[in-house]
Design a protein around this ligand. Structure first.
Ligand code: FAD
Length: 308
């Protein structure tokens, strides 16, 4: 049995809760995974306590102050033991996963949505097909969020290792995220609007529902490209973010293949579209053929009732 190592998903120098899901994924290989926390201050690793790992290593390096794919990969490569490595599937983590695999000359499987008995399943061809591979030795696997139930318990303390990163690029400016709202890639529920919303101002209707049910607000590329007020950070799809929430509500979105690529693995998909022939309905678990003007107030009221 190869050792499994989880690299903590970091957000603003804090361990992101989805890390506990990665530990669950690692446990499918058997044994007690080692959880490595890339940090600038070892205290940041205390956020990994009780996430189910057998032991926790705070990998401390100035290289982890800002994300730099090659710097992070070189710093982590120096401290991570040999074995199968599990990372998150955020764009940064996937970038790092590929670099780590290349440094170690081992395979990489991106966007895993299932790991069972050593077999790893992930979408290919923009989600049109699924592939299942088995690894005969160490492999780097990025795992989508909301797939595994978060692990609990395990190590509470961490040891500290100094990591030496070869940072190739320097961050000149760090721009805060465009909005204080929950990011689509972090949310359990996403409600997205497309060009059918008619105007960026109408996204306030989506925001109101999002606030009621604790969802993030996303958008199609047509919405993002058409309206400056809808930032690219909200875009879901092939050239936007990949989301894997329990519930994805698509409002005024046609369901083009490039949009589906970013959300079709969502557990439940609800579509609201005035066109009964819109392709999104072929992928929706529940479809409402209506304008959003008709459907959203009713939906909002009933969701409010459920949340009370
Ligand atoms: C290389 C490439 C990459 C791409 N990447 C992405 C990507 O990452 N993400 C992405 O989303 N797209 C992407 N696209 C664009 C994609 O092909 C579609 O053009 C886009 O997804 C369409 O967005 P939409 O469904 O919001 O708009 P439209 O296609 O204009 O559809 C609007 C929908 O709203 C419905 N509607 C209209 N009014 C109402 C109303 N009042 N109430 C309810 N429904 C209404 C209409 O019936 C229609 O189905 C990419 C394209 C290319 C070529």
């Amino acid at each position: 049995m190869t050792q499994t190592i989880v690299i903590a998903e970091m957000n603003n120098n804090a361990v992101h809760p989805s890390t506990a899901e990665l530990v669950s994924a690692a446990k499918t290989f058997g044994g007690e995974p080692t959880l490595v926390v890339p940090c600038t201050d070892a205290n940041q690793a205390s956020g990994a306590a009780g996430m189910g790992a057998g032991n926790i290593i705070a990998a401390k390096s100035g290289a982890f102050a800002h994300y730099d794919a090659s710097g992070w990969a070189s710093a982590l490569d120096g401290v991570i033991p040999m074995g199968t490595i599990i990372t998150g599937a955020s764009p940064q983590s996937k970038d790092m996963a590929a670099r780590l695999a290349a440094r170690r000359n081992i395979p990489v499987v991106q966007d895993a949505v299932k790991i069972q008995e050593g077999k790893i399943t992930s979408p290919v061809y923009s989600g049109k097909a699924m592939q299942t591979v088995s690894a005969t030795g160490p492999v780097v696997i990025s795992v989508r969020s909301n797939v595994f139930t978060p692990a609990e318990g395990g190590a509470m303390d961490h040891s500290v290792l100094a990591a030496d990163g070869n940072v190739a690029t320097a961050v000149q400016e760090f721009m805060a995220r465009a909005s204080e709202r929950l990011d689509v890639s972090e949310a359990n529920i996403v409600i997205s609007g497309g060009r059918g919303m008619g105007s960026p101002d109408n996204f306030t209707h989506l925001e109101a529902i999002a606030d009621t049910i604790g969802a993030a607000v996303g958008a199609s590329r047509a919405a993002v490209d058409t309206w400056d007020a809808i930032p690219h950070s909200m875009q879901v799809g092939q050239t936007g973010k990949t989301v894997n929430p329990n519930l994805y509500i698509a409002v005024g979105i046609s369901g083009a293949i490039q949009h589906l690529a970013g959300m079709r693995s969502s557990k439940y998909i609800v579509a609201i579209n005035k066109d009964a022939d819109a392709p999104i309905f072929q992928h929706a678990d529940y479809g409402i053929v209506a304008t959003w003007e008709e459907a959203l107030p009713v939906l909002h009221e009933s969701l409010k009732g459920m949340m009370d």
